[in-house]
Design a protein around this ligand. Structure first.
Ligand SMILES: [Zn+2]
Length: 913
């Protein structure tokens, strides 16, 4: 859930709650001591309750990760014939992620066969229709219930525990018997244990004598960074197809072992709402099958039936679309599941007062997720045969589509950044996509490709996911877009929930060819490795080792070489040695500057980082600067700091730190913004300002003193890197660390010509009346009510092309064109040549958009505006990235220019060393 759609929910809530009041009066009173989670349940005392194991009843406390695991282990001990609990991942902070498999003893006794059957149904090339029907006859369908991917959305973990308890302990309940017989229920009780325990820690610290329902009380206000995200502050509900985090990697792996036919991701939303479940909002991803959409209604209707029985209010359809494939509620759809998000209004503690005065208790929120969990398993059981058949048909029809499609194969030619190709193919294979590596050369669609070229034929069960991830564009429904334009014209908020572009080849800057025919092998199946070991080639290396720049492995090699004390320098310009052309930024490790055993170290570094290294036995360069040229700068292992805590955006701070530390092995010191005001930053060569979370952000937070401290540090040789809206601070005329300026919206006049930026009234005295006017027609009326916007409209997220200046060191080894994710409303004027360099500039309006849906005005205004600017200041630099290059750590194509800013920035700065 994000906050942007809360307004529409709020208006409904008032009415909805009136209806609920009588029902609530009873249930809320019960919450005081004996909340009824399931009326008239008869439970087997041999199965341990919450209270038996943890000492409290559900809803009385918020359960820590360790205690939830303990409870599931207790259930496992009490009913080993019907539940098995297994680990699937470990969080960054060392917490174990577990899942529980629950079913009848009969099903559990043949659980491996059930898993194997799903693998057979998943591949119609190996399993005939007749065989599939035979399997389905005697096969339970798997229900997958996932809880708490956002750690501060707390109620779902207790609901998971109650669901498991209820399934194991209920006696004489036909519904439970049906579920246990016809489905296997997989429960992932806590997808984000680090975030959850962070939330509980802060909550318990703020608790007093009694639970406080006041939303302004400390227990309802999480300090930065909040519990939503994991350790590196990722929103893991966006991470599914890029799998940067260990928690996601583990889930993706086990899901493909089980292939559930239904999947629920249980969330919480704002406290004043009710409950949301399927069917989801438009737009629907056009690559999915029609029955996946119609089946959503089966789940929704069954949930509604139970909510009517309990007197619980809910809504469907209005928000939460599944267009973006990186949600929990969308990713499983692409292997053929029916994936859904459920959202409960959050108590964000043990009780919260809603705007109408009702106290929403934690127990009540747990109960609602518990009811929909059982209802979902029931729907799966009742529709067992249909869902299994739909699953098989989804996979079979995907192959059929792939055999007829206009795109029948994707070919990844051998290219300069082959490491990016390796990573892309590894990512695809991890998600169940079959990728082949050609054993010999082949011709296809008018081109020749050498052995080693990767090929993806679309005639395979994962075809729809291949199109979704590999295509330049996934089109949004025309009617939906027309409605968004209509809303925008009325100054209503658009309903686009997340980015509209995510093409993996564009984001990773990998060249892809498409072909209208499939490519026949021989192929070797590509594996799941994201990095292939690098090698050292060439002569003895008696003079130097060269590492061509421009790929992630070369950056890792540089960082690790410096950490091992090797001396590395680099040419800012391209050169030719022998017959070989080396790109700008190529690393040079001179034998003369380094220890005698360097060759062993280099061989090991190449293997470990994936970088390919060339050894040379002479220094003679046939074109371009020599190794000893003034164009070759020496690297200094930089100490890097990032601003942490308020006022930064936790996503930007955490995800940036993740990239630098975990993808490039360079440690980053996190410094709370308050420390920047007075501290001596002289120990650091680089300071990163992530995006700011709110308002004037850094300017207000740092004040004059902090800004003066930063300026002084830059002048003495520091490299200050601003990301995204941190440039509002750097470019603020009162701060003036960077000589770009943020632009107002361009105002279009009636004749279509730009009237320039909005002029503010300044200090002119206010008039009591305004000039009269005749509004002759509807257009004039429309113009008269159109506000004088002071900033451009906000863009949900599009990929936009940006050209790189090859003459600047920031562009060394960087691809000539980058695809940048543009979000929000920030557009900056270019820097003047006497002040600095526009190192990367957005393309002209007609050639700007690479993928996604952009407002016309933004498309025009973004043209030729800077993406990356560098400005010298004293002995240091200020570098601005006007859009955050590190969003979700999924814009690999921007890694080199960002790491250039850190590594080459500090090499080019001139502090007193
Ligand atoms: Zn959520």
């Amino acid at each position: 859930m994000n906050g942007k759609n809360m307004k529409s929910i709020l208006t409904r809530t008032g009415m909805a709650l009136l209806i609920l009041i009588s029902a609530l009066a009873a249930t809320q009173a019960d919450a005081e001591d004996n909340f009824v989670f399931w009326p008239e349940a008869d439970y087997d005392p041999a199965i341990p309750t919450f209270k038996d194991v943890l000492g409290y009843k559900p809803g009385e406390r918020i359960t820590w990760h360790g205690d939830a695991v303990r409870y599931f282990e207790a259930l496992g001990k009490a009913a080993p014939d019907r539940i098995s609990v297994m680990p699937y991942a470990e969080s960054w902070e060392g917490r174990e992620l577990i899942y529980a498999v629950v079913s009848s003893a009969r099903n559990m006794a043949r659980i491996n066969e059930i898993k194997a059957n799903m693998q057979q149904l998943a591949d119609p090339r190996k399993t005939s229709k007749a065989k599939a029907q035979e399997i389905i006859e005697n096969q339970p369908a798997i229900t997958w219930l996932s809880y708490g991917v956002h750690g501060n959305e707390i109620s779902s973990t207790e609901a998971a525990m109650l669901t498991a308890y209820h399934l194991l302990a209920s006696r004489g309940d036909k519904r439970v018997a049906d579920i246990m017989r016809d489905t296997v229920v997989v429960i992932d009780p806590m997808q984000n244990p680090d975030g959850r325990d962070r939330f509980i820690h802060h909550f318990e610290m703020a608790e007093g004598l009694a639970p406080d329902s006041d939303r302004i009380s400390a227990e309802h206000n999480e300090p930065w960074p909040g519990g939503r995200t994991n350790h590196y502050l990722f929103d893991m509900n966006r991470d599914w197809f890029i799998m940067t985090q260990p928690e996601t990697q583990g889930r993706v792996k086990i899901l493909q072992e089980w292939y559930p036919v239904s999947f629920v991701d249980a969330h919480e939303m704002g406290s004043d709402s009710t409950y949301y479940f399927a069917p989801e909002a438009v737009p629907f991803n056009p690559h999915l099958a029609a029955d996946q959409r119609s089946s959503l209604t089966l789940f929704g209707k069954n949930n509604a039936r139970w909510f009517d029985t309990f007197g619980i209010d809910y809504f469907t359809r209005e928000v939460f679309d599944a267009f973006y494939p990186g949600y929990g509620a969308s990713w499983p759809s692409y292997f053929g599941s029916i994936a859904m998000t459920y959202e409960q209004a959050s108590a964000r503690g043990l009780v919260v007062r809603q705007y109408d005065g009702n106290d929403l208790s934690y127990a009540y929120t747990i109960r609602n997720h518990f009811v929909t969990s059982l209802s979902t398993a029931e729907t799966t059981a009742l529709n067992r045969k249909k869902f299994l058949t739909d699953f098989y048909n989804y996979r079979a029809s995907a192959i059929d589509e792939g055999e007829k499609d206009s795109i029948r194969s994707y070919i990844l030619p051998i290219q300069a950044d082959q490491a990016a190709v390796n990573k892309l193919t590894g990512l695809l294979v991890r998600q169940g996509i079959e990728v082949g590596r050609a054993d010999s050369s082949f011709d296809a669609c008018g081109a020749s490709y050498p052995a080693g070229t990767f090929v993806i034929n679309t005639a395979q069960p994962a075809k729809r996911f291949i199109r979704t991830l590999m295509d330049v564009n996934v089109p949004m429904d025309e009617n939906f877009l027309a409605e968004q334009e209509r809303r925008r014209a009325k100054n209503l908020r658009d309903e686009i929930y997340d980015v509209t572009a995510w093409s993996l080849p564009l984001m990773m800057n990998v060249k892809v060819d498409t072909c209208y025919r499939s490519i026949s092998g021989p192929f070797t199946a590509a594996g799941t490795d994201l990095v292939q070991a690098g090698t050292v080639s060439g002569g003895t290396g008696s003079v130097a080792y060269l590492v061509p720049w421009g790929s992630a492995p070369a950056v890792r090699l540089l960082v690790n070489a410096m950490q091992k004390g090797l001396a590395v320098k680099s040419s800012d310009k391209a050169f030719t040695h022998g017959e070989v052309h080396y790109p700008a930024g190529t690393l040079i490790l001179d034998a003369a500057d380094n220890p005698e055993n360097m060759s062993e170290t280099i061989t090991e570094l190449a293997r470990q980082t994936g970088a390919d290294v060339v050894s040379v036995d002479n220094s003679w360069v046939t074109d371009g600067p020599n190794f000893g040229s003034y164009n070759a700068v020496r690297f200094n292992q930089p100490k890097v700091a990032i601003v942490w805590d308020q006022p930064t955006s936790s996503y930007s701070a955490g995800n940036t730190r993740f990239i630098v530390e975990r993808q490039f092995d360079l440690p980053v010191t996190a410094i709370r913004a308050s420390q920047l005001i007075n501290s001596n930053l002289g120990r650091y060569q680089v300071l990163i300002l992530p995006e700011s979370g709110w308002g004037r952000g850094y300017a207000d937070f740092l004040g004059k003193k902090g800004t003066a401290n930063l300026k002084d540090w830059v002048k003495k040789g520091g490299v200050l890197i601003g990301l995204g809206n941190a440039n509002r601070y750097l470019a603020d005329p009162n701060i003036d660390l960077l000589s770009i300026r943020r632009e107002n919206a361009v105002v279009e006049t009636g004749n279509g010509k730009s009237a320039g930026s909005v002029k503010k009234n300044g200090d002119k005295p206010m008039e009591a009346t305004v000039k009269g006017s005749n509004l002759a027609d509807a257009a004039a009326y429309q113009e008269s009510i159109t506000p004088d916007k002071d900033k451009p409209d906000s863009v949900a997220g599009v990929l936009v092309r940006s050209d790189v200046d090859p003459d600047h060191w920031l562009g060394a080894g960087v691809a000539p064109t980058l695809n940048v994710l543009v979000r929000g409303s920030d557009i900056y004027s270019p820097i003047k040549m006497d002040k600095g360099v526009n190192v990367a500039v957005f393309r002209g309006a007609d050639d700007l958009l690479a993928s996604g849906y952009i407002w016309e005005q933004n498309r025009k205004q973004l043209a030729y505006k800077p993406f990356v600017v560098a400005q010298r200041s004293g002995k240091g630099y200020v570098i601005g990235f006007t859009q955050d290059p590190n969003v979700r750590a999924y814009l690999d194509g921007l890694n080199i220019i960002f790491m250039n800013a850190i590594l080459r920035g500090s090499a080019h700065a001139r502090p007193i060393r």
